[in-house]
Design a protein around this ligand. Structure first.
Ligand code: ZN
Length: 132
């Protein structure tokens, strides 16, 4: 992904900003311009709390290009407390026994290697919430 695209996505990457439908109350991440539930177009930006539970997870040992320096790392699907399911890297998992259903919270971390394009990409990851 190129720098202008990261710049356009910065609200989602830094603030976990999605969208909320004024007609049916649905909340979506990433943001949508048309509601996938009721097909209306009256959506406003919505900032998610960043809290949720681990829905599923796995460990990536053989990282794709751009992520080699991070390997091995954990990736998870997180069910946000507002409803949407988000796939993201997990952070601060060393020494933690990950378990489905454990509480997690969003943190801002380096998403990928800086060497590939010469800039550092920051964004959301989720870390275990050991003391809720
Ligand atoms: Zn709707």
């Amino acid at each position: 992904m190129e720098l202008p695209r990261y710049h356009r996505m910065r609200r989602a990457l830094y603030h976990l900003e999605g969208s909320a439908c004024a007609a049916c109350g649905g909340r979506f991440f990433p943001p949508r311009s048309v509601c996938p539930s009721c097909r209306k177009g009256d959506l406003a930006p919505y900032r998610f709390s960043g809290r949720g539970t681990l829905y599923s997870y796995t460990r990536v040992g053989q990282a794709p290009r751009g992520f080699a320096s991070l390997a091995p790392y954990d990736v998870g699907m997180v069910r946000l407390e507002e409803g949407p399911l988000v796939t993201a890297q997990l952070s601060d998992t060393e020494g933690v026994d990950l378990a489905i259903g454990m509480p997690v919270e969003m943190v801002t971390r380096t998403l990928r290697d800086a060497a590939e394009h010469g800039y550092i990409v920051y964004g959301y990851k989720f870390r275990p919430l050991l003391r809720p």
